[in-house]
Design a protein around this ligand. Structure first.
Ligand code: SAM
Length: 335
């Protein structure tokens, strides 16, 4: 092991000496792989700051870290000594580094479990026993999967499954800055989109801080936002996630137009105008505002009316306007 590798962690007084992050990267010749969205944080102050954003972590808590890579955030988590740390990393090249970290953490009171695999297929229920204590989902997420992972987890939250069997779970995750802003965008903000509404129905998201792209190795094209999402104890609806997602997606598909335009594509052309007018009337929503001007509540009222329509007109449920053969209609919709 090179001499530099014997350096101790700057602030991790409890962790025994181990190679620095940079040494580890050199030692195992870890080059970032683009399709795995690998952008590493080598600055310990930043990794500490990300973990601090998660709030209090103590011995009774479990932390699941997504994509630990060479282990920068992992070290910051270990310094907080949670009872259990679960690491899920797709890239096999990081396994020796993570095993070494686990070995060095042995004197701590943290049980470390390492899983090599895809977080999108990871069965949290199987590997993370749920207790009344907190579960922190933390990760400097790979850009390529960050939105999908968030939507999957919001769906799990709506169904109280996976990591959300208890509501004592919080997520502290990184996103491309613009995506982070969209997740948190308030009513009337022109960044507001499907992701804002879906996140804000089931969680309260906070944009904690922004990390400039130059803080990463290699440097991505964009800056990065750290978002903490706290599940709402009282979600804003008990409508099924898929139904709400379908309605919100249709509304925001035509974000530059009146909100009635996108919503109307939920219905077959023959009844479209009538069903749309009735829906807006029943939901007491102004059909001429733009999608970004709709409150979460208004979106949910429209979703409730749509759910009733579906009950009475089952053919509406399976209607997919994009699947229609008529190319004139497709292009007229500007999609
Ligand atoms: N946590 C490290 C840091 O902050 O320096 C690395 C962050 S890097 C942006 C994303 C990490 O996620 C990489 O280690 C990458 O290999 C891993 N990764 C990519 N896709 C993944 C997936 N589907 N499941 C689990 N890990 C994944």
């Amino acid at each position: 092991m090179p001499q530099a590798a014997a350096r101790v962690l700057a602030s991790g007084v409890r962790l025994p000496p181990m190679p620095t992050l940079r040494d580890l990267v050199k030692l195992y010749k870890l080059q970032a792989i683009k399709h795995m969205s690998q952008n590493f944080i080598m600055d310990e102050r930043l990794t500490d700051k990300i973990v601090k954003s998660a709030g209090r972590i103590d011995r009774s808590d479990t932390v699941l870290e997504v994509g630990p890579g060479p282990g920068g955030i992992t070290r910051s988590i270990l310094r907080r000594e949670p009872g259990r740390l679960v690491l899920v990393e797709k890239d096999t090249r990081f396994m020796p580094t993570l095993d070494l970290l686990k070995e060095c953490a042995r004197p701590l009171h943290t049980e470390v479990d390492i899983y090599q695999g895809d977080i999108l297929r990871f069965d949290i229920e199987k590997h993370v026993p749920m207790s009344e204590h907190r579960l922190h989902l933390i990760g400097n997420l790979p850009f390529a999967i960050s939105t999908r992972l968030l939507i999957n987890w919001v769906q799990d939250l709506s169904l109280r499954r996976g990591g959300f069997r208890s509501l004592n779970t919080a997520m502290t995750l990184t996103f491309q800055k613009e995506v982070a802003e969209r997740i948190c965008a308030p009513l009337g903000n022109d960044q507001r989109c499907r992701l804002s509404i879906m996140s804000q129905i089931w969680t309260k998201p906070y944009l904690k801080f922004v990390i400039p792209g130059k803080a990463f190795v290699p440097k991505p094209e964009v800056d990065v936002g750290v978002v903490k999402l706290i599940p709402l104890k009282q979600p804003k609806t008990d409508l099924p996630f898929e139904l709400v997602e379908r309605v919100v997606r249709h509304i925001f598909n035509m974000r530059q137009k009146y909100c009635r335009r996108g919503f109307s594509t939920l219905f077959p052309p023959e009844e479209r105008d009538e069903m749309t007018d009735t829906s807006f009337e029943l939901a007491d929503v102004d059909p001429t505002v733009r999608p970004f001007q709709l409150s979460v509540d208004e979106c949910l009222r429209l979703a409730t009316v749509y759910a009733d329509f579906k009950e009475k007109h089952p053919e509406v449920a399976s209607y997919d306007y994009r699947a229609r053969k008529n190319p004139v209609e497709e292009s007229a919709d500007g999609v």
